[in-house]
Design a binder for this molecule. Structure first.
Ligand code: ATP
Ligand code: MG
Length: 560
């Protein structure tokens, strides 16, 4: 697998559109569309397509439609239709009143099919699915004509009508285009246009028992809407001659199809089938689990729409398949949150510190800036008293050379407060360190010593009496392998990261975080970016999700 971490924002489709505009094509009109099938939640790959379609339309004064390609009733559901709309909107795009469904075109598609039959371009076939496959031939051998291929037009018309009225069982007949069974392009070997499916559709209910194939619906739907640039992923390149054929036979508006390379992202999977498996097998907590590559998961994780849009711009749009490292996406998230997230102090694994020379019962309140570089983000009040919590791993009894934080006899700075020195280590009966006894220097208020002495470490802290006790969930990548589906010997599920979620239930947070709204993002100083969970938080009792670490630990420690 090759990994590109391209910083370019090249986009060859831009050039095509610009050229079409200056050539006066489509009367200067630009219309794109984003055409999801409502059979799952959207993922980051869809975000690339959304940014591309809506982005290009906006850039060139055009419009972009949202169209649901809902031609397979068995897999499609309203809940997906709703989730998809929420996600597109959240990403910052607006289809205004142009929300469409391929199912709204079923009647017209049927009429198109009738026209093709009348023109001798389609026929009802009675071969079984297996026979159709066998007759299709291979890449090296031509196919064979079906014995039903020469049926008279009237008979085809009658049979299609009877298929529609429900006379025949599933699988007993199909409508096929009459193109060329010897075509080197397999898609042109009399592809199926309609199949019988006695199934309830999420929008049309039981009105239909025959459904158009995606390949017969997609291009015509674009045409009906007047789409000018029909942007899709590379695997549809071989289908383009078929889409063109249908449109040319029907003599209807001809959108221009342009293919681009789909996004492949390391350390995750993106096929909807696999994402659905992860959900239904309970390997994650749902489509919006913060470890999922879904838009809903990323939103819950704390990713911002701006970070995702920026990622999609940064990776560019090309025509050859490539892999993008997860670190690129995470960097976009860090960049955005570093600017926009207010700072706070949180202690994830608390160790109690008693400051022996600090007056019992006294409380001081420090005015702490919310952002070190953006004074306009204001300040907040943080209480301090004799007992505080620090991060357990900010103390080491026998520190190695490069450890500059707290150790016996050593002095460190408490962020925005005082210098403290560790005087004594208290253990419980099992020998576990349970408390540190420290002293503070009152002259270092605010974090500096008047005598100019320096400390090498600055650590964060939370007042024990005022702290908010909360759950913090440390999310990490869902897979330990860069390409979880990369080999045939193993199943992608074998590569799930067993440490993709750690729940820490007795974290201590600045008291000001108690009333924070779900969805709010912070940088917890020295720890990373965190977001108030939108599902499990209650008023006064926020649960925090780790959005991102401060640095990319995966590339540093070579875990990947
Ligand atoms: P499936 O065909 O497995 O249901 P899909 O990912 O193709 O899944 P669609 O709902 O058909 O799902 O996709 C909607 C649009 O998003 C299509 O235009 C598709 O090309 C685009 N898209 C899907 N996956 C990616 C990806 N990884 N990168 C870029 N675009 C994508
Ligand atoms: Mg698809």
């Amino acid at each position: 697998m090759s990994t590109t971490d391209s910083m370019s924002s090249s986009n060859f489709i831009r050039n095509i559109i610009a050229a079409d505009l200056s050539a006066g094509k489509n009367d200067g009109r630009i219309m794109t569309r984003f055409p999801p099938e409502p059979n799952g939640f959207l993922h980051i790959g869809h975000a690339k397509s959304i940014c591309l379609n809506f982005g290009l339309a906006a850039e060139y004064g055009g419009v972009c439609n949202l169209r649901f390609d809902d031609t397979n009733p068995v897999k499609e559901e309203d809940k997906y239709v709703e989730a998809i709309q929420e996600d597109v909107r959240w990403l910052g795009f607006d289809w205004e009143d142009r929300i469409f469904y391929a199912s709204d075109y079923f009647e017209r598609l049927y009429d198109f099919a009738v026209r093709l039959i009348r023109d001798g371009k389609a026929y009802v076939d009675e071969l079984t699915a297996e026979e159709i496959r066998a007759y299709r031939g291979t890449l090296t051998e031509p196919g064979k004509n079906s014995p039903y291929r020469g049926r008279p037009v009237e008979e085809n018309l009658e049979l299609l009508e009877r298929m529609r009225t429900g006379e025949f069982p599933d699988g007993s007949r199909v409508l096929r285009a009459k193109i060329d069974m010897a075509s080197p392009n397999m898609n042109l070997r009399d592809p199926v246009m309609y199949r019988i499916l006695h199934a309830e559709h999420h929008r049309t209910g039981r009105k239909w028992c025959i459904y158009p194939m995606y390949d017969f619906a997609h291009g015509q739907s674009d045409s009906i809407e007047g789409v000018t640039h029909s942007i899709c992923t590379l695997e549809f390149e071989d289908h383009r001659p078929l889409y063109d054929w249908f449109i040319d036979q029907l003599g209807i508006h001809h959108p221009q199809q342009i293919e681009f390379a789909r996004l492949n992202l390391s350390y995750t999977v993106m096929s909807k089938r696999r994402l659905l498996e992860l959900v239904t097998e309970g390997r994650v907590e749902g489509w919006d689990d913060p470890r999922m590559p879904t838009i809903a998961g990323m939103r819950r994780r704390g990713y911002t729409p701006a970070a995702i849009r920026n990622f999609c711009e940064r990776i560019g749009v090309g025509r050859s398949d490539s892999w993008i490292d997860m670190g690129v996406l995470e960097d976009c998230v860090r960049e955005d949150l570093n600017e926009s997230a207010p700072r706070a102090m949180a202690v994830l694994r608390p160790l109690k510190v008693v400051i022996e020379n600090y007056p019992e019962g006294e409380v001081e309140v420090f005015e702490v800036p919310n952002h070190p570089q953006n004074p306009e983000m204001g300040t907040r009040k943080v209480p301090f008293c004799r007992e505080i919590f620090i991060e357990a791993d900010d103390f080491m009894e026998e520190p190695p050379k490069k450890f500059f934080r707290l150790a016996p006899g050593r002095e460190v700075r408490l962020r925005s407060a005082y210098f403290i020195r560790c005087e004594e280590v208290i253990r419980d009966e099992q020998g576990e360190i349970v408390e540190l006894r420290c002293t503070y220097d009152p002259a270092t208020r605010g974090g500096g010593a008047p005598d100019g002495r320096k400390v090498k470490g600055t650590i964060h802290w939370v007042s024990s009496r005022h702290a908010l006790e909360a759950e913090v969930r440390l999310y990490d990548r869902l897979f330990v392998r860069a390409n979880p589906t990369g080999d045939k010997e193993t199943d992608y599920r074998d590569h799930i990261n067993p440490e993709s979620l750690k729940r820490l239930t007795s974290c201590r947070l600045e008291p000001g975080l108690a009333q924070t709204a779900p969805g709010t993002r912070y940088q917890f100083e020295r720890l990373g970016y965190f977001c108030v969970d939108t599902v499990d938080s209650a008023p006064g009792a926020p649960v925090f999700n780790r959005t991102a670490t401060l640095r990319d630990s995966w590339s540093e420690n070579g875990k990947g």
